[in-house]
Structures are given as structure tokens and as C-alpha cells.
Design a protein around this ligand. Structure first.
Ligand code: UT7
Length: 313
């Protein structure tokens, strides 16, 4: 068994909804500008004690409960994030006690920015292949990007949001392929613990050009490696960076638009959390069916890119 299937999902969104009109009341922007350039109408920001760690735990708890697995069958706990509560300890380790998880398995965070979730799925799959006594892995994507936004930089602070999504995965016999890569660039960066002013900075135009170049490469190469065609794919779940990026790629590649799930209008760009938030929301809406084949595709800071095939149980 070399492929990977989603057994269950969990979603956690902060309670505070921030609309474009809310932002327009604080800085020189408008709902019209933001919607036209990005497709974003509102996003969620943490409030009242919500943090990256608490959102990740909530999403993970829901995914574990729905999975029906026994916790001692869990083989690895992996979190894709760039914005955990601490530089160290990781978000993953802080789940162990609160969720009652076994201690004798690996817990780690990984940072591949907006490509983090496909990277993390591949880490989980590889771990399960190499450790056949373990049946399941818990993979979470979480971000609390609101704490990294410069209130004086309207070119970035309108884009990002907070949230978490989690999946329990196991191996299965089916098609699989992954494409993971990176090239050095500071086009999106955040100094983090090295700076008192730790804000996300981005060259939007350069990132946009990168995104519309890399997404077709990811989709084509993943299909080719898996020996599949676009007709074999039930859902394309792409990182929610900007609706214009996905619309552009769908049109250029002549792919069926209805197979691309989109929720950027409600959550903005949640980086490593955007793909698992889509998956959990699709699951809640009953859009995922047994035997479905999905391509997950992310791109972002690094610059990184990552895609993989997953199946729905
Ligand atoms: O997950 C990581 C991946 N990130 C991405 O994929 C982001 C990719 N890039 C983008 O989505 C777009 O570049 C943005 C949405 C960030 C910006 O759109 P743009 O079409 O590249 O706009 P721009 O930065 O070239 O700015 C155009 C104009 C400028 O005014 P002038 O110089 O033409 O007078 C900006 O000052 O729009 C102005 N502007 C704004 N106006 C109103 C920039 N931000 C805003 C704003 N509201 N929020």
C-alpha cells in the first residue's frame, strides 16, 4: 500500500469575522478593490483566547472523534504551520496531553508555508510506509496570520486570515503521486522571532506570476506521475491565495471549473491551513464521496510548491 486516503476531517475557525468593509473603516481600501483583485469578501481573525494552538487542537479533536480510530493506532502527528504560538515547542507537541495522544510517536511542525499541507501529507504517507505497525497519521494545517499583519500595509493585511483544518489519514492501494519543490526567494517573507516588527512582507506581483506558472506545472506533473488524466480527478483543491490565480489557471488549462473548490471569499488566504480547511468544509457539506480522487496543490513562500493525490475513504 503506497497511496494515502483521508479517513476523517475536522474544521476550526475563529469566531471573529472581519469583512472588507471593516478593513475599509480602518484604512484606505474598499470591498470593491479587494473583491476584484482577490475574490476575498471576509476573513476570520482570532479573538477571546483563540490561538493557533487552540484552533489546531479543536480541528484535530474533531477529526480524531469522527475517525473512530483507537488513539493507540496513531503513528505520527504532523502540523503544517508558520505561525504556531511558540517558535518552540511545536503546535504538534502541545496536542499530546490535551488530546490524550500516545507519547511514543513523532510529533512535529513543518514549515513549507502555503505548500505545507501537501508536504505534510507526503511526510505522513512516507512515515506510514516505513513503519507498517502504525496505521494512521494525524495531519493538521493551522495559521494565525492576523498576528503577523502590518496594520499599515494594505497590500498584505487584506489578504490573510486564521483557521485550522485537520485530517486523519491511512495508507491505501490506489494511484499516488507527489510533486514537492522549492527555489530560494524572499518574495514573501516574515522575520519572525528575529524582529520586534514581525510582519508578512510580499512582492504581490512577483508571487502572482510565480503562482500562475507553478500551478499548471503541479497539476500536469502530478497527473502524469500518477498515470491519471483530469477526468479521473473528482476535486482539485488548490491553496486559496487569490481567486484570480485559480480562475486564470482553470481557463488556461481548460479544466472544469466546478471541480475546483473555492472558499477564499469567506476565509481569505490562510496559508498552510487553506487546503485542509477546504477539505473539512467539503466533508461537512457532503461533497466528498467514498472513492473520490483529489489533487491537493499548494504554492507559497520559499518559494515552495507541493501537490499530491489523496483518496477519500
Ligand atoms: O499565499 C501566498 C501567495 N500569495 C499570493 O498568491 C499573492 C499574489 N498576489 C496578489 O494576489 C496580488 O498581487 C495582490 C492582490 C496582492 C495585489 O494586487 P495587484 O494587482 O498586484 O496590485 P498592486 O500591488 O500592483 O497595486 C495596484 C494599486 C496600487 O496603487 P497605484 O500605485 O496604482 O496608485 C496600490 O497602492 O492598488 C493599490 N493598492 C490598494 N488599493 C486599495 C494596494 N493594496 C490596496 C488595497 N486597497 N488593499
Amino acid at each position: 500500500m503506497n497511496s494515502v486516503q483521508i479517513i476523517s476531517t475536522g474544521l476550526a475557525l475563529p469566531s471573529r469575522v472581519v469583512t472588507n468593509d471593516d478593513l475599509a473603516a480602518m484604512e484606505e481600501t474598499s470591498d470593491e478593490w479587494i473583491m476584484k483583485r482577490t475574490g476575498i469578501h471576509e476573513r476570520r481573525f482570532t479573538a477571546d483566547g483563540e490561538t493557533a494552538n487552540s484552533l489546531a487542537r479543536e480541528a484535530a479533536r474533531k477529526a480524531l472523534e469522527k475517525s473512530g480510530i483507537s488513539l493507540d493506532e496513531l503513528g505520527a502527528v504532523i502540523v503544517a504551520t508558520l505561525s504556531g504560538d511558540y517558535s518552540t515547542p511545536s503546535v504538534a507537541t502541545q496536542m499530546q496531553e490535551r488530546l490524550g495522544l500516545p507519547k511514543d510517536i513523532p510529533f512535529f511542525d513543518m514549515n513549507a508555508a502555503c505548500s505545507g499541507f501537501p508536504y505534510a501529507i507526503e511526510m505522513a504517507r512516507s512515515y506510514l510506509v516505513a513503519n507498517p505497525t502504525h496505521k494512521y497519521a494525524l495531519v493538521t494545517g493551522v495559521e494565525e496570520l492576523s498576528k503577523l499583519l502590518d496594520k499599515d500595509d494594505r497590500s498584505t493585511n487584506i489578504l490573510f486570515g486564521d483557521g485550522a483544518g485537520s485530517v486523519v489519514v491511512s495508507l491505501c492501494d490506489d494511484s499516488y503521486a507527489q510533486v514537492l519543490g522549492a527555489e530560494s526567494s524572499l518574495a514573501i517573507n516574515c522575520l519572525g522571532a528575529k524582529s520586534d516588527e514581525s510582519y508578512i512582507r510580499m512582492d504581490g506581483k512577483e508571487v502572482f506570476r510565480f503562482a500562475v506558472r507553478i500551478l499548471p506545472y503541479l497539476i500536469n506533473t502530478t497527473l502524469e506521475k500518477a498515470g491519471l488524466t483530469a477526468d479521473d480527478i473528482d476535486w482539485f483543491v488548490c491553496h486559496q491565495a487569490n481567486k484570480r490565480i485559480v480562475d486564470h489557471v482553470v481557463k488556461a488549462m481548460k479544466l472544469p471549473k466546478e471541480k475546483f473548490y473555492c472558499n477564499i471569499d469567506r476565509y481569505g488566504n490562510t496559508s498552510g491551513a487553506s487546503i485542509p480547511i477546504c477539505l473539512a468544509e467539503m466533508d461537512e457539506k457532503g461533497l466528498l464521496h467514498e472513492g473520490d480522487t483529489l489533487i491537493l496543490a499548494g504554492f507559497g513562500s520559499g518559494l515552495t510548491w507541493g501537490s499530491c493525490i489523496v483518496h477519500y475513504r
